[in-house]
Design a binder for this molecule. Sequence first.
Ligand code: UDX
Length: 429
Amino acid sequence: MKVCMIGTGYVGLVSGTCFAEIGHNVICVDNDERKIEILKKGKIPIYEPGLLPLVQKNVSAGRLNFSTSINEGVRASLFVFIAVGTPPKESGEPDLSSIENVAREIGEAMEDYKIVVEKSTVPVQTGKWIRTVIERFNKKGIPFDVASNPEFLREGSAINDFLRPDRIVLGVETEKAKQKLLELYEPINAPKIITDLASAELIKHASNSFLSMKISFINALSIICEKSGADIIKVAEGIGLDKRIGRDFLNAGVGFGGFCFPKDLKAFIGIAQKLGYDFRLLKEVERINEEQMRRVVKKLEDLLWNLKDKQIGILGLSFKPNTDDMRFAPSLTIIAELKKQGTTIRAYDPVAMENAKGLMPDITYCNNAYEVAENADAIVLVTEWDEFKNLDLKKLKQKMHQPVFLDGRNMFDKQKMKELGFIYTGIGR
Ligand code: UDX
């Protein structure tokens, strides 16, 4: 089947490539000529494990093409997916202007029946606006349907999450759209949930908010563990074995980041407010998350006494492992606060440093963890990259001015670190 994917970011490029991978003909469209140039040269403008070979395979199979023209993509396709960015405005509400512009261009380009599908994370009732805008610019009165197909892709495992999802959510308004979307997704073996448009839009925000709430719950519990001498890892295991709770997303740490949770939380709170509900629970999820990042600095003060003129080493900058994405990364908040306290920062990240340099030009970037440790008064592990598991900890400690190690993701064995002579502290243990 023929698919036009508008937007070649983390969601659009992965989704378009995976649709090609399961046998469809896909044209990925983006108005950023630089991105399309990179893609046409056989490279990709984002870091996502496994994506480059999958793009190259499907381009050479003739199932995947790139263009800057919505017109071209719409006319060649039955499905038109909208996967453009919905970045937060100052108010925290999502900026939907790109969605509107794309809907207008789709309306102008249509010459025969289309199924226009929301892939971007959008506030509930956006589908109605997409329909309205297309109708206004669809001068020839071409029939079309609007559907919602929210994505649940995690950066770093996006291909797996697309090809082997827990569920596929299809918000439709007509039987025809339902049948065509079921046919499109037929190659993927997963439960398909058919809903109305509003429910599908709400499922996305509700999923991300619930996952954020789980993380803030375990982070709040980590504070009680620290004050009571309990071990958050054991507590997480103990509650997570209850099938109704589940062990995933119960890892206490320095807080959650990324371009989804923080943005979607704010958006959902705003949507609820507009609908007349004050979502205080989610406001508390946000507050706990911000407090968790600030507590990292407080812990360092408790370990180092005065932070002024101290040298702090940061291991990991990206918002999570296996991505170069620095958007809303906890490292940004933590480093900003540490700099305010008069510390100097040396940092290393296996992949995200190029992006980090644009956001934090005035810290020292190192080539590896051992350089970060040179003369450091403390090391803070912020992102749990696998490569940190194999560090020569003796060598690391020898380079440090003081052997203080704050394990922001509980990556290391507490007992072993103490036996090696580190002044070790984790999160909630
Ligand atoms: C998330 C959702 O998981 C995904 O379904 C949605 O489509 C997009 O947003 P993503 O933001 O890519 O995916 O990463 P995720 O793995 O969910 O992690 C988000 C943040 O939560 C990271 O900063 C991570 O470090 C943090 N996290 C995650 C925790 O602090 N503890 C956990 O137990 C899990």
